[in-house]
Ligand binder design. Structure first.
Ligand code: URP
Ligand code: ZN
Ligand code: ZN
Length: 469
């Protein structure tokens, strides 16, 4: 039996804040008490450190094919990068290809992830073809396979977009089984018109990615998604919310008692659309969807996090190299050198979510320490059916523990991160607050700069109902 004793740490959960010892036996927390003596256990001194539950990032795209491109982190490199950033569980995506059933898509992704994953993982299924056969599989996927959330795209016509009828039918089907639909909420049809107009006028540079995806088209789709969910009587979750007007829509619905939830991402909290003024092609690094917004939006997002209008911070880690050389052009931003609409959409960030949100959120006086843990671990675990194994520090919970030094400064950089991607959105940014040690179900996997984990130790998580907060 493995025994681990973490001594004298400041234990912080979404609601608690106290100093105590934690005894881990095998994979779970056995005891928490002011003083525990267990000479047979491996001992770790956590005095002056915060001990928090492992982060849960519910939006990543590892080794993810989209059209002719693929993200450049494998499950192995991406989950190792997650672990170094204090994240011990991810929820990634199994995308239904045209002609494929959702169950087959899940099995395909499970086979890919299983030998590689270095942290625990689950999947949302991306539905692209809502046939009767696909719909008939959904209850079993929820009840037996542990997939209780389904992402659907209101954007990217011809590639991923589905129509309102497909969304509504899916909502109807999964609602009574404890499922939830996650929406990429942008009006894809209108955005396509704007893209074609821009290109026809010779406007091919990366900044037109942002100019052709206006806030109100995010707000419109967010409103439509919520109205569909209201009629279907199911909770709804808006992914990567960026625009103030979209947030206003969520707030209005919640005020009416609708179960409308939303996440935002670190890039929307720490960067603005000024990045698109960078010279040359450099702005392509910031081409993600939705695009970066202005300072008003950023201010509204922070306010939303503070007052629970937004429930979760996830990364939407979707890495494409900036340069062609490391992994070939199909994994690189250079695909869109002559046409912004061909730049692979997405940006990296799985490793920096926790240090950034601690530094800018807690350090910056915008959110409390408990709220920080809630946003990065507890709420995502609860929202997506992983709680109480994940998302908290309690007797019986998985011993996914992060020992975090709140006073240690470090610089975020692609030269030291653990992702395959060759750039960082936050290059050179100094932050205070560093992940020192990470335990995955009681096993020390990160010790300072040392990697002690192994591919294949991450375990698939069958999830309970989603959205029943
Ligand atoms: O630009 C983004 N967000 N790429 C990833 C795919 C998605 O829409 O989440
Ligand atoms: Zn999306
Ligand atoms: Zn995404």
């Amino acid at each position: 039996m493995t025994e681990v004793l973490i001594k004298g740490g400041r234990i912080v959960t979404a609601v608690d804040d106290y100093v105590a010892d934690i005894l881990v036996k095998d994979e779970t927390i056995e005891a928490i008490a002011r003083h525990i003596d267990q000479p047979t256990a491996e001992q770790y001194d956590a005095s002056d450190l915060i001990v928090m539950p492992g982060g849960v990032d519910v939006h990543t795209h590892m080794q993810s094919p989209v059209g002719d491109t693929e993200t450049c982190d494998t499950f192995e490199t991406g989950t190792r990068s997650a672990a170094f950033g204090g994240t011990t569980t991810i929820i990634d995506f199994a995308q239904q290809e045209y002609g494929e059933t959702p169950k087959h898509a899940l099995d395909r992704r499970l086979a890919l992830a299983e030998p590689q994953a270095c942290v625990d993982y689950g999947f949302h299924i991306i539905l692209t073809e809502v046939t009767n056969e696909a719909l008939s599989e959904l209850p079993d996927l929820i009840n037996y396979d542990g997939v209780s959330s389904f992402k659907m795209f209101m954007a990217y016509p011809g590639v991923l977009m589905v129509d309102d009828a497909a969304i509504f039918k899916t909502m109807r089907k999964v609602g009574s089984h404890g499922g939830m639909v996650n929406l990429h909420a942008e009006n894809g049809g209108v955005i396509q018109v704007l893209i074609e107009e821009a290109l026809a006028q010779g406007n091919t540079s990366p900044k037109y990615h942002a100019l052709t995806r206006p806030q109100i088209m995010e707000a419109e789709a967010t409103h439509r998604a919520i109205r569909l969910a209201e009629l279907a009587e199911i909770p709804v979750y808006i992914v990567h919310l960026s625009a103030k007007e979209a947030l206003d829509t969520v707030v209005e619905a919640r005020d009416r008692g609708i179960s409308a939830f939303a996440e935002t991402c670190p890039h929307y909290l720490f960067l603005t659309n000024e990045e698109y003024d960078r010279p040359g092609f450099d702005a392509a690094k910031y081409v993600m969807t939705p695009p970066l917004r202005d300072h008003h939006c950023q201010h509204a997002l922070w306010r939303g996090l503070k007052f629970d209008d937004l429930q979760i911070v996830s990364t939407d880690h979707c890495p494409y190299c900036f340069n062609e050389s490391p992994y070939g052009i199909y994994k690189s931003k250079q695909l869109g050198a002559d046409d912004f609409s061909k730049i692979p959409n997405g940006a990296p960030g799985v490793e920096f979510r926790i240090p950034l949100l601690y530094d800018g959120g807690v350090g910056g006086g915008r959110i409390s320490l408990n709220r920080f843990v809630q946003l990065t671990s507890t709420a995502p675990a609860k929202m997506f059916g992983l709680f109480p194994h994940k998302g908290t520090i309690a007797v019986g919970s998985d011993a996914d523990l992060v020992l975090f030094n709140p006073n240690r400064s470090h610089v975020l950089s692609a030269s030291t991160h653990h992702s395959n991607v060759d750039y960082s959105l936050f290059e050179g940014r100094q932050v205070t607050g560093k992940v020192e040690k990470v335990f995955l179900r009681g096993q020390l996997v990160v010790d300072g700069d040392r990697w002690l984990g192994k591919p294949g130790t991450g375990r698939y998580q069958k999830r309970a109902a989603s959205g029943r907060m």
